[in-house]
Ligand binder design. Sequence first.
Ligand code: SAH
Length: 360
Amino acid sequence: MSNRVNDILVKKELDGSDIITLLSLTDEKDLEQLRAAAEAKLLAERGDAVFFRGLIEFSNICTADCYYCGIRSSNYAVGRYQLTEHQMVDAALWCAHEGYGSIVLQSGERRDAAFVDFVERVVGAIKAQSRSSVLPDGLGITLCVGEQCEESYRRFFAAGAHRYLLRIESTSETLFSRIHPPAQKLSDRISCLKVLKRIGYLVGTGVMIGLPGQKIEDLARDILFFRKQGIDMIGMGPYIVHSQTPLAAEAHRYGMAPDDAFILSLKMIAVTRLVLHNVNIAATTALQSIKHDGREWGLRYGANVVMPQLTPTEVRKEYSLYEGKPCVDENSEQCRSCLTRRIESVGRVVASNVWGDREC
Ligand code: SAH
């Protein structure tokens, strides 16, 4: 064990240079030391419970054209779909019945009136129909439908969504503008996060790790940004190439090898746990697309949330943000038992019938 690492790990508050040091660790003993510290912090702050958020990817129709994303608007090879209200309510009620406590409704980005009305209506329907003696406030509903105007965010909140996920993707101005078309601005995304917080949502954000041109210093600044913005939930994972996207060429030329992006993602989870203490951090599916037990590794490095897929199997493969997405042939029941086994294999327990929000 190196003294330098130990000196950082015992500190109450880490600064930018501590974060850079931890994210740069390569020695196996140092990494294990970091992992153990993050796991101990999680167990002390939140206990051993892992919270399920049933993920319903309800539409891949998208007006955004992000250079990294497989469902970007100019990828004409994708078969577009939109689930019906009935399909979404059914999937949500299945979750409630299975004791999940919370769901995430995610889709491509649309801001038209029909879409906003639809989301508002479905959130309301799920809320109303999921109340029961074990879940008196109904399912906890997280939305992940991109940048919207304040009024839409307020309508979704009033309908019953109380958490919102909007990844910042990267807080580096240079990197953000390299991976998005000019119409998409980092400053807009930061404003959205502030508006969401002001409305009263629990706000989640995150970044992609291992983007071409991304430096350790950029990632350290991302973590400091999470702290400064008072972020409640983190969802982040490795950037994975999708060949039908403009970023693929750059990624093949000077991108990071998947195994390196994987380790760096684990280090990001651990350091974020140490810096943000009691927040919810997801062990994301992208980790599992690089290593079959990737999500378990995420949990061992300080994550405490898992998002089992509830998207109907027949459309799952059309929600391909990146290549090699796991579990596309499985149904909700298979995902549930497989994930429960995975969680128990690392000595943790699945929490039932609770929202699992952090105490602010
Ligand atoms: N439209 C919604 C949800 C989009 S997809 C929104 O904007 O919030 C959810 C996340 O998937 C994105 O925020 C991005 O971080 C991640 N993602 C997209 N393409 C990816 C890729 N090629 N590799 C890894 N993660 C990716």
